[in-house]
Write a protein that binds this ligand. Structure first.
Ligand code: NAD
Ligand code: UDP
Ligand code: UDP
Length: 310
């Protein structure tokens, strides 16, 4: 049994991670400021003696004693991270400094929830970890992209300078139950629009591609990475390499929900990446990990969740 801190633990991925860690018998401290997270996501864990909840903003120092830290705190949806972009950069950068300072003081191992956004609008497809990316430093997505890139820099400097046990995980688009209905990300938007019979909003011509990983697969990859040997720091891509256009995604969701909703085309947001697909060779060889839930069954489970939640 380990004492484990999960920052952003009341969010979408964080709440699934808390479930997994409590289920594995660990003592979990969940820290969140509820910007995009919610107590509803972890309500079922309250009252469990192995679970503890703390309202705290990671841009401020935190003094606790733990063995492992999963650093997930940061809004992930473009509409939310662009709402207060200065706070988004502070969360990534000051949050990383504080959590790395904590890891250094107590000798904890620390995993960073980094992102495929570090590759920006990639000119290489699929993206291997060795690709340095194609990122606009001054655009509307930069608060997130550059914040996460700076956090990666901090992680590797704490590793080289202070021998902190780091794990840098580049998460590609992940979806599943407990995404917010107003999250703004494409899977939840399309499902909610389909279930409400509203038009399905395609940004641009809908020919841009993404690859979607079901949350259970992602959490399995995350835990395997944390438990991997000290020398394997990453960065490592974790995501589903099956890519799809946004029009194809909309058509799948229309079919699975049986909705009457029609597609409507809206302006493409600036700096929206045209393609994104992980090369997961490293995760396969180092973690023995690959996704097991195909898009259809994953979407069906997510649709069932939103039918209840709405
Ligand atoms: P989410 O928005 O549901 O969760 C983020 C959580 O962090 C929320 O509970 C929010 O309240 C909390 N938070 C935000 N700022 C905070 C702060 N300053 N202090 C404390 N808590 C704070 O998003 P998610 O999809 O669960 O993403 C979790 C992590 O994974 C994020 O770091 C995100 O960048 C990363 N990630 C997610 C995806 C994805 O597709 N879901 C892809 C790449 C990276
Ligand atoms: N920090 C923290 N919890 C701790 C230890 C440190 O939040 O248990 C914060 C502390 O506020 C500091 C940051 O982490 O600003 C970086 O710590 P580090 O020891 O690396 O640097 P220093 O304290 O020398 O600036
Ligand atoms: N998108 C869309 N309609 C929506 C929301 C998003 O067509 O209602 C597009 C968006 O422009 C992007 C893709 O779907 O090309 C994925 O968007 P999301 O915000 O989920 O993630 P990210 O752009 O960060 O990969």
């Amino acid at each position: 049994m380990s004492k484990i801190l999960v920052t952003g633990g009341a969010g979408f991925l964080g709440s699934h991670l808390c479930d997994r860690l409590v289920g594995d018998g660990h003592d979990v401290l969940c820290v969140d400021n509820y910007f995009t997270g919610s107590k509803r996501n972890i309500a079922h864990l309250m009252g469990n003696p192995m679970f503890e909840l703390l309202r705290h903003d990671v841009t401020f120092p935190l003094y606790v004693e733990v063995d492992q830290i999963y650093n997930l705190a940061c809004p992930a949806s473009p509409s939310h991270y662009q709402h207060d972009p200065v706070q988004t950069t502070k969360t990534s950068v000051h949050g990383a400094i504080n959590m790395l300072g904590l890891a250094k003081r107590v000798g904890a191992r620390i995993l960073q929830a980094s992102t495929s956004e570090v590759y920006g609008d990639p000119q290489v497809n699929p993206q291997p970890e060795g690709y340095w990316g194609h990122v606009n430093p001054v655009g509307v997505r930069s608060c997130y992209d550059e914040g996460k890139r700076c956090a990666e820099t901090l992680f590797f400097d704490y590793y080289r300078q202070h021998d902190v046990g780091i794990k840098v995980m580049r998460i590609f688009n992940t979806y599943g139950p407990r995404m917010l209905a107003n999250d703004g990300r494409v899977v939840s938007n399309f499902i909610v629009q389909a279930l409400r019979g509203e038009p399905i909003t395609i940004f641009g011509d809908g020919q841009q591609t993404r690859s979607f990983c079901y949350v259970d697969d992602l959490i399995e990859g995350m835990v395997r990475f944390m438990e991997s040997p000290h020398t394997f720091t990453g960065p490592v891509n974790v995501g589903n390499p099956a890519d799809i256009t946004m029009v194809e995604l909309a058509e799948s969701i229309i079919e699975l929900t049986g909705t009457e909703s029609q597609l409507v085309f809206k302006d493409l947001p600036s700096d929206d990446p045209k393609q994104r697909r992980p090369d997961i060779s490293l995760a396969r060889s180092e973690l023995g990990w690959e996704p097991s839930v195909p898009l259809g069954p994953g979407l069906t489970r997510t649709i069932e969740y939103f039918k209840e939640a709405l």
